[in-house]
Design a protein around this ligand. Structure first.
Ligand SMILES: [Zn+2]
Length: 178
């Protein structure tokens, strides 16, 4: 089967304690190394709403917003690919570059689950969920407004998606104008 996304050969999809399935390192991964490059289809806001009402009810969990009005999904049917299973952690080992690329934020050992913080990519969705990441710094409830948190903005500087980075910039300049 042709895959739409790149997934490093050093990782694999297996069962996870965080949420059913997750992506784990099979081999050590160096800081800065590419872990995944997300691909698929770009859909509009209208398509997104339509799919959410029909065959892809949990589309919010798997779509990446790449700009206002545009989303990246790995499929239109709800049939997921392995790269859809990266779990959230409040103490993640991977971050985002640009729209599509996931890189290691630090050296990752074989056997570790690869996680990122959904605050790095998600805004304006309606979900919130109880976090099960077990990190000391766990926020307990994850919301799609978490990117507004100044301490997270400092912690993940350089690792937010372009879309979120632009939103942070706009928020900061709006605050300065007040
Ligand atoms: Zn957590």
């Amino acid at each position: 089967m042709i895959k739409h996304s790149y997934l490093s050969k050093k990782v694999k999809l297996v069962c996870s304690a965080i949420d059913r399935k997750g992506i784990f390192a099979r081999k050590p991964i160096k800081k800065g190394e590419a872990i995944s490059v997300w691909g698929g289809f770009i859909i509009t806001e209208g398509d997104f709403r339509k799919l959410a009402k029909s065959q892809f009810k949990n589309i919010e969990d798997y779509a990446t917003k790449v700009a206002d009005g545009f989303y990246l999904v790995s499929c239109r049917s709800g049939k997921l690919e392995d790269d859809d299973f990266f779990n959230h952690s409040c103490n993640p080992n991977a971050g985002i570059k640009g729209h599509l690329m996931m890189v290691a934020m630090r050296d990752i050992a074989a056997g570790e689950e690869i996680t990122y913080d959904y605050a790095m990519t998600d805004a304006d969705f309606n979900y919130s969920f109880r976090c099960n990441c077990k990190a000391k710094s766990c926020r307990k409830v994850i919301k799609t407004t978490d990117w507004k948190n100044p301490s997270l903005q400092r912690k993940y500087k350089g690792y937010f998606s372009w879309y979120i980075q632009e939103k942070i910039k706009a928020l900061k300049s709006a605050k300065r104008r007040k």
